[in-house]
Design a protein around this ligand. Structure first.
Ligand SMILES: NC(=O)c1ccc[n+]([C@@H]2O[C@H](COP(=O)([O-])OP(=O)(O)OC[C@H]3O[C@@H](n4cnc5c(N)ncnc54)[C@H](O)[C@@H]3O)[C@@H](O)[C@H]2O)c1
Length: 362
């Protein structure tokens, strides 16, 4: 256990990077530097949060030996090179989701954490929602019996982010809503199901909106043609160990209600549960279904507050402070990448893909 005050830095000064920065500050760490390729972005964030140093080249930031922890909050194609360089420079890393564009990249990141004996954790902040934490405890206490089927989803009507920018480029993002939003919902479901092993994936992906310049809420990157070459909706059926099954859907755009909806449903032998989140609300999002005196009943528990990024960053800081990070080498982020690879391969080839097939190719 070390008592030395910890110093942090953030690479990527967009929305996500600012959440990491705010969390470190709230936890009492000193944020000594920020790096962004766009100087206006790093200047804005440094001035707003009183950060002393700014770097356009993240390698200069990593060359410093007075920084303990780094957050990587850049576009997905930069996660692997930046994280590996940060781990090789002796820092502990909190990386934004998805850990990487592919399982092969994620494996290199996990290997770098092991090689350097450093912590690598992924910002799966939705696990820190109050409803998820409460439901997890209820499942662990046996409240649902054996869960045999689950659904998780994140669906938008017109929510393609930055149409024409890095989010909609296969090369830069690795995929569309399935890797962007689906990774959160896969993580939420797997976390609630107790990290069961995934056996196979059967998926389909569609690109009906973005390629025609439709499906964004007006934040298309100025002056660009759509150029979108990722899906705008994908759906998957996963087989898990013990005969458990999971449906996963993610869309940036499709004809449905005008809202942003995500959630998970679990069906067990003694009860069921649904988390349904409309437009990021935290009010009355969890329902438990069971029988009371032989009659169907719905219970609406009062959930603890959601912790979001503060929750994941706080967990990361605690792990680093504890001096024991052997179980925190990005393994959960890698596991999600393997499943996403299997889904994308299944959609491309129109067949069920075994997880073993992906693992043996790494
Ligand atoms: N966990 C969440 O809820 C959540 C939410 C949004 C985004 N994200 C993730 O966070 C990451 C960033 O997303 P965002 O929405 O903040 O994107 P963004 O495009 O708003 O910000 C990314 C920043 O990285 C900077 N950047 C690009 N190249 C760089 C380089 N070579 N060196 C330093 N900085 C560079 C950009 O200039 C930009 O300021 C993505 O991986 C995304 O998936 C996570």
């Amino acid at each position: 256990m070390t008592s030395k005050p910890m110093r942090a830095a953030v690479i990527g000064a967009g929305w996500a990077g600012e959440q990491h920065l705010l969390s470190y500050k709230q936890l009492g760490l000193e944020v000594v530097a920020v790096s962004d390729a766009t100087s206006a972005a790093s200047e804005r964030i440094a001035a707003k949060h009183s950060v002393a140093d700014q770097y356009a080249d993240y390698r200069e930031l990593l060359a410093r030996d007075d920084i303990d922890v780094i957050s990587v909050a850049t576009p997905n194609y930069l996660h692997a090179p930046m994280t590996i360089a940060a781990l090789d420079s002796g820092k502990h890393v909190m990386c934004e989701k998805p850990l990487a564009r592919t399982a092969a990249e994620a494996k290199m990141m996990v290997d770098a954490a092991e090689r350097n004996n450093r912590a690598l954790m992924v910002a799966f902040n939705h696990r820190q929602r109050g409803d998820v934490r409460l439901l997890r405890r209820h499942i662990e206490e046996g409240g649902l019996g054996t869960v045999y089927h689950a659904k998780s989803y994140w669906l938008r009507r017109d929510g393609i982010p930055g149409l024409g920018g890095w989010f909609t480029s296969k090369e830069q993002a690795g995929g569309g809503p399935f890797i962007d939003l689906g990774v959160h919902m896969l993580d939420m479901a797997m976390h609630l199901l107790g990290e069961l092993r995934v056996i196979s994936a059967s998926a389909a992906a569609y690109a009906e909106f973005g390629a025609r310049g439709r499906g964004s809420r007006g934040d298309a990157v100025a002056g660009s043609k759509s150029g979108m070459d990722v899906e705008d909706f994908a759906t998957a059926f996963l087989r898990l160990e013990g005969g458990v099954t999971l449906n996963l859907d993610a869309s940036w755009a499709m004809f449905r209600e005008v809202n942003d909806l995500f959630g998970v449903r679990l069906y067990g032998t003694e009860g069921g549960a649904a988390i349904n989140v409309v437009n990021y609300t935290s009010d009355d999002t969890l329902t438990i279904y069971r029988d009371v005196a032989g009659a169907p009943a719905e219970i609406h528990p009062k959930c603890p507050p959601s912790l979001g990024h503060l929750g994941v960053v706080s967990r990361f800081v605690d792990v680093v402070k504890s001096g024991d990070w052997a179980d925190h080498r990005g393994r959960d982020g890698f596991d999600r990448s393997v499943v996403l690879d299997a889904c994308y391969r299944s959609a491309e080839e129109g067949r069920e893909v075994q997880i073993a097939e992906i693992l043996s190719s790494l």
